[in-house]
Design a protein around this ligand. Structure first.
Ligand SMILES: C[S@@+](CC[C@H](N)C(=O)[O-])C[C@H]1O[C@@H](n2cnc3c(N)ncnc32)[C@H](O)[C@@H]1O
Length: 310
C-alpha cells in the first residue's frame, strides 16, 4: 500500500548528488539508490536516532548517507551512521573489484579500511566504524531510524539482520533499505520480507537494486525468527512468501521482473527446473531485453537462472 504522508522523493528526479560516487567508481551501488540514501538521511530521518549501515565495502553508500545526515537541518551533531563490515576482502569478488579499479597488487583477504576511510573522509564526523565478522555482530545503541542492508549475502547473515538489528528500527518513522531486493542471488531475503511485508509500507519499490520500506508497527520476535527460516523452509511456503511480494508489486503496478527471477530460483530449489525455465522465458517475453540504462543486469541475471536450471 502506498502512503502519501512522507517527505519528497527527490532522488526520483535528481540523482546528481550521487555522480561523484559513480565517477570515482569505488562502490557497488547505483546512482538512484545512492541518491535515495542521501535524501532519506537528509530529509526523512530525525537526525537524532542512529542510522545503521550493514555492509559498507569502500564507502560508496556511507559517503552519501553520511553526507545526507550532516546536511539534515535537525542533525544534532552527535548522531552517527554506524558502518558494519569486516573491511577485509574475504567475501565475493571484493579483492578482484579493488584490483581492477584501484590497486592491481591487492590480495585476497587484505584489509581495505583505508579505502573506506578515504572515500568517507568528508563525512568522517558522522560515521562510526564497527569492524568484524557480521556473524558475531550486535547492536546495543538503542532505537534507530534507518537500517540499510547490503550484507545479507547468506541466510545466516540475513538472520543476524533480522534478529539483532531490525528489532531496533523505530515503528512509525523507521526505514529499511535492502540493496539486494532486485537481485535474485539472495532469495532468503525475499522469503523474509514476504513473511514480514504487512509490518511495512512500501515507499520506493525500486531504486536500482534497492527497495525502501517504512516500518508501521513493532515486529514480534517470533515473526522475525520465522522470517529468517531458509534451510528448513518448505519450498511451497517459500513460494507463498515470494508470491505475497509479487501480489503487492502487481497491485501497485510496479516492475516485478526480478522478483519473478527469485520465484524461478525457488522453483529450482524445489526441484522444478522446467517450471523455472518457463518462468524466465515468459518474463523475457513480457519484459523484453530491458533498457540497459534502467536494467543493466537484467539479461545477465536471466541467463544466470537459466544456467542454474539447465
Ligand atoms: C556489496 S558490498 C557493500 C557495498 C557498499 N554498500 C557500497 O556502497 O559499495 C558487501 C559488503 O559486505 C561485507 N561482508 C560480507 N560478509 C561479511 C561478514 N560475514 N562480515 C562482515 N562483513 C561482511 C563485505 O566485506 C562487503 O564489503
Amino acid at each position: 500500500m502506498q502512503t502519501i504522508d512522507h517527505p519528497p522523493m527527490t532522488w526520483r528526479d535528481d540523482q546528481k548528488i550521487a555522480w561523484p560516487m559513480k565517477k570515482l567508481g569505488h562502490a557497488q551501488l547505483g546512482a538512484a539508490e545512492g541518491a535515495m540514501l542521501y535524501y532519506i538521511a537528509r530529509d526523512w530521518v530525525s537526525g537524532r536516532y542512529p542510522l545503521l549501515e550493514l555492509g559498507s565495502f569502500l564507502g560508496g553508500s556511507a559517503s552519501l548517507t553520511g553526507a545526507g545526515l550532516m546536511a539534515n537541518p535537525d542533525w544534532d551533531g552527535t548522531t552517527r551512521l554506524h558502518c558494519f563490515d569486516i573491511f577485509e576482502a574475504k567475501f565475493g569478488d571484493m579483492a578482484e573489484f579493488i584490483r581492477t579499479r584501484i590497486d592491481p597488487d591487492f590480495r585476497e583477504g587484505e584489509d581495505f579500511q583505508h579505502l573506506f576511510e578515504a572515500q568517507t573522509a568528508e563525512v568522517a564526523p558522522a560515521i562510526e566504524i564497527h569492524k568484524g565478522d557480521f556473524a558475531e555482530a550486535r547492536w546495543d545503541g538503542g532505537a534507530v531510524d534507518l537500517v540499510f542492508v547490503d550484507i545479507a549475502k547468506t541466510a545466516e547473515l540475513n538472520r543476524v539482520v533480522l534478529e539483532r538489528f531490525l528489532p531496533e528500527l523505530r515503528p512509525g518513522p523507521g526505514l529499511l533499505v535492502n540493496q539486494d531486493f532486485h537481485n535474485a542471488d539472495n532469495p532468503w531475503i525475499h522469503c523474509s520480507l514476504g513473511h514480514l511485508i504487512d509490518y511495512f509500507e512500501l515507499m520506493e519499490p525500486r531504486a536500482d537494486d534497492s527497495i525502501l520500506l517504512r516500518l508501521r508497527e513493532p515486529i514480534p520476535a517470533q515473526a522475525l525468527a520465522e522470517a529468517g527460516r531458509w534451510e528448513d523452509l518448505d519450498p511451497s511456503d517459500a513460494l507463498a512468501r515470494v508470491d505475497r511480494l509479487l501480489s503487492l508489486f502487481r497491485e501497485g503496478g510496479h516492475d516485478t521482473r526480478y522478483i519473478e527471477l527469485v520465484r524461478a530460483r525457488l522453483l529450482i530449489r524445489g526441484g522444478d527446473a522446467g517450471g523455472a525455465l518457463a518462468l524466465v522465458d515468459e518474463a523475457l517475453e513480457r519484459f523484453g531485453p530491458g533498457d540497459p540504462k534502467e536494467h543493466f543486469f537484467w539479461l545477465r541475471r536471466c541467463r544466470a537462472v537459466q544456467q542454474e536450471a539447465a
